[in-house]
Design a protein around this ligand. Structure first.
Ligand SMILES: NC(=O)c1ccc[n+]([C@@H]2O[C@H](COP(=O)([O-])OP(=O)(O)OC[C@H]3O[C@@H](n4cnc5c(N)ncnc54)[C@H](O)[C@@H]3O)[C@@H](O)[C@H]2O)c1
Length: 369
C-alpha cells in the first residue's frame, strides 16, 4: 500500500456500512478512498451508490459478495459491517486470502467465543494483516476523557464501574437479522460488548465471573418473522467481578426513550469518582476529600472530529486511529485488539448464559467451552 493513501472496500453497506462510507469521505484528505463495496442486497448496493454520488466520492465498484471484492484487488483495507452472524466466515476468507487486506470489523467480533478463537488463530498466521475490532465507544469524547482521568490515577484504585444504557429499542434491520439470538449472539453480546469492553478498560482488569438477570418484557412481542417471534431480551442487570477485586455493573433498558442520556457511566475509586454522560457530552469528577461542593463538571469535545454521525464522532476517531496505524504512522498495534474483541464477546456470552442458568458463570468456563 502507498504510504499516503488507503483503498477501502466495505462488506455490508446497510446502516453501519454507509456510516463508514461517510466517515471515510471525511478522511479523504488523510488518504482514505472507498473504492468498492459488497452486499447481497440490491437495494443496499443502490443506496451505497447514491451515497457515493452525494458525497462526490470517486466511482464505486459494487459486488454481490465479499469473495469477489477480495479477488478484485481494488482495495487494501476491508471494513466488515455485515450482520453479526456473517462476520466469522467473512473474516476467515479475508485473513486466508492470498492478498493481504487490513481489517476493521464491526462489533461483535463474532457471535461465539469458539469462532472468535478461530479468527484469532488464523490471524496469528498473517502478521502482514492488522485487524482492529469496532468497539468504538472508547472513542466517544466524554468516555475517552473519563478513561484518561482514570488512567491518570486521579480517582485512585478503581473499585466500581457502573454503566447504564437506557435507550430506544433495536432498529429495523435488513431482513430483520437483529431480531434473533442466533444471528446477533444475544443482546448482551450484540450491543453490550461495547460496555463490557469499557468496563475492562476502566477496571484495568480482566473478568472472572458474571451474574445476570434479564428478559423480554416490552419490545418486539407483537412481531412475527417466518412464523417466529423475536427472542432477544430488552432489559437486564449484569454484575461482573474482575481479577483485581473491582466490580462492574450494567443496567440495560431498551424501552427507555424518555431518557436525557443514552449512556451514564460512573467509575469510583478509593480517592474519587468520575462520571460520563452521552450524549450530553459531560464529564464530572469529584474527590472524597472535597465532597459534593468540589465536584467539577466539564464539557467533553474533540476538535479532531469532522463528522459526528450516529455515534457522537466515535466512528470518525476510530477511523482516524486505524488509518494512522495501517499507514504506519502510529504505534504498530491496533487500538482495539482481537483479544479485546474476544473478551467482550465472552463476557456477553457469560451474561446470556447466566440469565438462562440463574447462577454465576465463570469466564474460564466460557473460554474453555
Ligand atoms: N459500532 C456500533 O455501535 C454499531 C452500530 C450499529 C451496527 N453495528 C454493527 O454493524 C454491523 C451491521 O449492522 P447494520 O446496523 O448496518 O445492519 P443492516 O441490516 O442495516 O446492514 C447490514 C447489511 O449487510 C448486508 N449483508 C448481509 N449478509 C451479507 C454478507 N454475507 N456479505 C455482505 N453483506 C451482507 C445486508 O444486506 C445489509 O445491507 C453489525 O455487525 C452490527 O452489530 C455496530
Amino acid at each position: 500500500m502507498e504510504r499516503e493513501s488507503a483503498r477501502y472496500g466495505i462488506v455490508g453497506v446497510g446502516m453501519m456500512g454507509r456510516e463508514h462510507m461517510i466517515n471515510l469521505a471525511h478522511l479523504r484528505s488523510e488518504g482514505a478512498i472507498v473504492t468498492c463495496v459488497a452486499d447481497p442486497h440490491p437495494s443496499s448496493l443502490q443506496l451505497a451508490l447514491d451515497l457515493a454520488r452525494s458525497l462526490d466520492a470517486p466511482p464505486l465498484v459494487v459486488f454481490s459478495g465479499h469473495q469477489q471484492l477480495l479477488d478484485s484487488g481494488l482495495c487494501d483495507v476491508v471494513v466488515v459491517s455485515s450482520p453479526n452472524m456473517t462476520h466469522f466466515e467473512i473474516l476467515m476468507d479475508i485473513i486466508n486470502h492470498q492478498k493481504p487486506h487490513h481489517i476493521l470489523v464491526e462489533k461483535p467480533l463474532c457471535t461465539t467465543v469458539e469462532n472468535c478463537r478461530k479468527v484469532i488463530n488464523a490471524a496469528k498466521q498473517r502478521p502482514d494483516i492488522i485487524v482492529q475490532v469496532g468497539l468504538e465507544y472508547r472513542y466517544m469524547p466524554p468516555v475517552s476523557k473519563l478513561i484518561n482521568i482514570v488512567k491518570s490515577g486521579t480517582l485512585g484504585h478503581i473499585k466500581m464501574v457502573a454503566i447504564r444504557e437506557h435507550r430506544f429499542p433495536f432498529l429495523v434491520k435488513v431482513d430483520n437479522w437483529n431480531r434473533f439470538n442466533v444471528n446477533t449472539g444475544g443482546t448482551l453480546v450484540e450491543k453490550c460488548c461495547h460496555f463490557f469492553d469499557l468496563m475492562r478498560l476502566f477496571a484495568a482488569a480482566n473478568p472472572v465471573r458474571v451474574m445476570a438477570s434479564g428478559s423480554i418484557d416490552v419490545n418486539h412481542k407483537d412481531e412475527v418473522y417466518d412464523g417466529k417471534v423475536p427472542d432477544i431480551i430488552d432489559n437486564a442487570y449484569v454484575i461482573v467481578e474482575f481479577d483485581n477485586g473491582s466490580r462492574g455493573m450494567l443496567d440495560l433498558c431498551m424501552f427507555a426513550e424518555g431518557s436525557k442520556n443514552e449512556q451514564e457511566i460512573s467509575v469510583v475509586g478509593d480517592i474519587g469518582k468520575g462520571e460520563a454522560f452521552v450524549p450530553e457530552s459531560i464529564v464530572r469528577v469529584g474527590l472524597r476529600s472535597e465532597g459534593r461542593t468540589g465536584v467539577k463538571t466539564e464539557i467533553a469535545n474533540d476538535e479532531r472530529i469532522k463528522y459526528d454521525g450516529l455515534h457522537h464522532g466515535s466512528s470518525y476517531l476510530e477511523h482516524l486511529n486505524f488509518l494512522s496505524v495501517i499507514k504506519g504512522e502510529g504505534i504498530g498495534a491496533p487500538a482495539v485488539s482481537l483479544i479485546d474483541g474476544l473478551l467482550s464477546v465472552a463476557m456477553g456470552v457469560a451474561a446470556q448464559l447466566s440469565i438462562e442458568k440463574g447462577h454465576f458463570v465463570t469466564i474460564q468456563e466460557i473460554l474453555e467451552d
